[in-house]
Design a protein. Structure first.
Length: 525
């Protein structure tokens, strides 16, 4: 038997047979759990035969079947009950052992939650960059805090790197790590999805109906990519020359399309705001055009940029430098032009374009198209008491505290603040929320404020970047002196920052609570 001990009290293995039970007993196990439904495959020993062998050997037995790939909260609760009832150590099995391992993890999380409604000091909804950075900032200030993070994903992504994947600069594997590797050691990780907020009861509702109570809530569940909002897009994305750098598995397809492109019509789209990383749609265009220029096929390419907005970029100071590249690459700007449908088989995209007081529909053929999907607040956020009229979590723009619930804060892509939705903004917001949340735990008012800082490294060619850094109202907020980096001009040093410096800063700085250049600004200081 291939027995794997997960800890001193629990071990798993692939499917066992009745004659294996004596060996399991000889190794000191007191109970067996079967996590495999009967009749899953032909020739599989049923649970009753294993139970009979277990009882004959003096072992307790529990049947907790769960369907592979579809584990539920009910499965976790059943596993939790079995572990509470059975003598230890426990031996569990399924087809491969993986299901038993995951159920044990889920049940352990259930057991780790405070009993009798005892609240955590802080509950963070979302284990992305905002949630992990804020938790780490909090623990650096008070390592004894009881913090729970609600996050269902097993994988954490460095999403700013996907533009570079699409450009052939990074491999996609460079942008992902197991969630367990970035989760702070001292937090309780609740591997489940939030399905609602009950701020009047100081509780978060999970997808299985259970509640997680808090003294302070920090909500950062991210933004929802609404692929279905464009008819035809879900059916064709990732094939027929239709791609997007907004997906981990799609960005390599962008790289392949651009590399193999020999001329024709290339379309790039940008939906209405808000979206995360507002510069990413045009970054894809610039980097593609640069490669076509080097390959000698740009002169045979009709490049079109369709932007639902009325300007190329929202902060005017950076537009002149960007326009130089638009002209260099011969790209045609179509402002106030929104993608509304796509037919991948015909290779035709449909746009709604404003012309004076009228809106007309225009069909554009393409050989390749880079699509950025519309983006909205997650469904459970939009329907919650925390939502602003926009659907995002309502906050005071400076303190990032909810205006009606003083023990609720939000940051990142899901909050209603008018800053650009970028990882750089999160890096500046996290320390502000951390110190204000600590003040809220003590019944005090917020002590730090956020200036709306966001950064968008606009990759205009391989080796040069226009480093846009700005805050509320488009105010320029450069991190470096003008003699070192003039953010309004393309810079090789800015490329070094994006290509070499920022990834380790993200993994080893921001997610670890190291606040280099982003210490919270204290109110009144």
């Amino acid at each position: 038997m291939d027995i794997k001990a997960l800890d001193a009290t629990f071990a798993v293995s692939p499917q066992i047979r009745p004659d294996d039970v004596a060996e399991i007993a000889a190794q000191g196990y007191k109970a067996i759990i079967c996590n495999r439904p009967d009749d899953e495959e032909q020739g599989q020993p049923d649970a009753a035969s294993i139970r009979a062998a277990a009882e004959e050997a003096g072992l307790a037995f529990a049947y907790v079947p769960a369907v592979s790939g579809a584990l539920t909260g009910e499965n976790a609760a059943a596993m939790k009950r079995a572990l509470a009832d059975l003598p230890s150590p426990v031996f569990a099995y399924c087809r491969s052992g993986a299901r038993s391992t995951r159920l044990y993890e889920m049940a352990s999380e259930e057991l780790a939650r405070p009993e009798n409604g005892t609240p955590h000091d802080i509950v963070i909804v979302g284990g992305g960059s905002a949630g992990i950075a804020t938790a780490s900032s909090l623990l650096r200030r008070n390592p004894d805090l009881d913090i729970a993070i609600i996050e269902p994903s097993e994988v954490h992504y460095y999403q700013p790197g996907w533009t570079m994947v699409g450009a052939g600069v990074f491999d996609k594997e460079f942008t992902r790590r197991p969630e367990a590797r970035v989760m702070p050691d001292k937090v309780t990780w609740i591997r489940a999805s939030a399905s609602g907020f009950a701020p009047d009861d100081n509780a978060v509702i999970l997808c299985d109906g259970q509640e997680v109570r808090y003294r302070v809530l920090i909500a950062c569940p991210g933004i929802q990519l609404d692929w279905e909002a464009i008819p035809g897009l879900p059916e064709t994305i990732g094939r027929n020359g239709v791609t997007s750098n907004y997906g981990y598995d799609l960005a390599p397809y962008t790289n392949r399309l651009v590399k193999e492109f020999k001329g024709g019509r290339a379309l790039f789209t940008q939906p209405p705001m808000p979206i995360k990383c507002a510069g990413a749609p045009q970054k894809a265009m610039y980097l593609s055009c640069y490669r076509w220029e080097k390959a000698g096929v740009l002169q045979d390419t009709d490049v079109q940029f369709h932007n639902a907005g009325a300007v190329l970029f929202g902060v005017a100071a950076y537009v002149p430098a960007l326009m130089e590249y638009v002209e260099r690459y011969g790209a045609h700007l179509n402002l106030e032009s929104k993608l509304v449908a796509i037919d991948g088989e015909r290779k035709v995209a449909t746009f709604e374009q404003k012309g004076g007081d009228n809106t007309v529909r225009v069909e554009e053929p393409f050989d390749m198209i880079h699509v950025v999907p519309p983006q909205v607040a997650p469904d459970f956020v939009r329907s919650s008491p925390l939502a602003a009229a926009s659907g995002f979590i309502e906050v005071d723009e400076a303190t990032l505290r909810h205006p009606r619930y003083p023990n609720v804060f939000a940051l990142g892509d899901a909050c209603s603040a008018s800053n650009a939705k970028t990882a750089a903004a999160v890096r500046k917001q996290a320390p502000v929320v951390a110190v204000n949340a600590l003040a809220a735990l003590e019944g005090k008012e917020p002590v730090a404020d956020y200036d709306g800082y966001g950064s968008c490294p606009l990759t205009v060619e391989a080796g040069k970047i226009v480093l846009a850094e700005f805050g509320y109202g488009g105010k320029l907020l450069p991190s470096f002196p003008n003699w070192l980096i003039d953010g309004t001009r393309p810079s090789r040093l800015s490329w070094l920052l994006k290509d070499t410096i920022l990834p380790p800063v993200y993994w080893h700085g921001m997610l670890k609570g190291r606040e280099w250049l982003v210490a919270p600004h204290m109110i009144g200081a």
